[in-house]
Design a protein. Structure first.
Length: 202
């Protein structure tokens, strides 16, 4: 298994009704397992035809986050996808969606009637319902648990689980959003490859 760098937390955290120190053991095991499975899939050439993952872990942090988020979701852990930029280089990681983060207050937007009418003239399907356009700010996630399994492309430990640290603080916050599901067919196929390879391991 890859080296795991763990940050230090202050105070008590609760996740799904459990002390975080108990849930942390499960999180560490799951994240470590998934990174190991990705390393194994890479060595076996399962990523060789994918333009993004053929140099794993370099240049594929965003897509890797989505794959890891799906794996954690299947084990009952929800996450937030976060992206930042440092000196023109972007990087992405996850934040555990637990009691330490603050979800943004709902902000609803309704498409004006004149725009709805215009869109319909082009044959577009337009919902009459208001849409929630709220978004995470950096402050919403400041106390969250970071999960990063591609920081080794920057010379860091392959896996980091912990609070905001000096390395991640360098990246200027760009955006963040809840992870819900794998909607990209390419990533869905890659995820299945990783899981099938995992199931065939002795």
């Amino acid at each position: 298994m890859c080296d795991v760098s763990l940050g230090r937390f202050k105070g008590r955290r609760i996740y799904n009704g459990r002390r975080l120190d108990n849930a942390m053991d499960e999180l560490i095991a799951l994240v470590g397992e998934f990174r190991s499975e990705m390393d194994c899939a890479f060595r076996k050439g399962l990523f060789s035809t994918d333009i993004v993952f053929k140099r794993f872990p370099k240049g594929c942090c965003g897509d890797t986050c989505y794959l890891l988020a799906e794996f954690l979701k299947e084990h009952g852990m929800r996450t937030v996808y976060v992206c930042g930029t440092f000196r023109g280089q972007s990087h992405a990681w996850l934040v555990l969606k637990d009691s330490s983060i603050h979800e943004p207050s709902p902000k609803y937007y309704t498409i004006p009637d004149e725009i709805r009418t215009l869109l319909k003239t082009y044959g577009e399907e337009v919902s009459d319902k208001s849409a929630d356009i709220s978004k995470y700010e950096e402050s919403n996630l400041a106390n969250g648990t970071l999960i990063d399994i591609t920081a080794d492309q920057f010379g860091q430990a392959p896996i980091y689980i912990g609070p905001m640290d000096c390395f991640h603080r360098k990246f200027v916050f760009d955006f963040a959003h809840d992870y819900n599901s794998l909607e990209d067919g390419r990533l869905y196929s890659l995820y299945n490859k990783i899981m099938m390879n995992r199931d065939t391991q002795p």
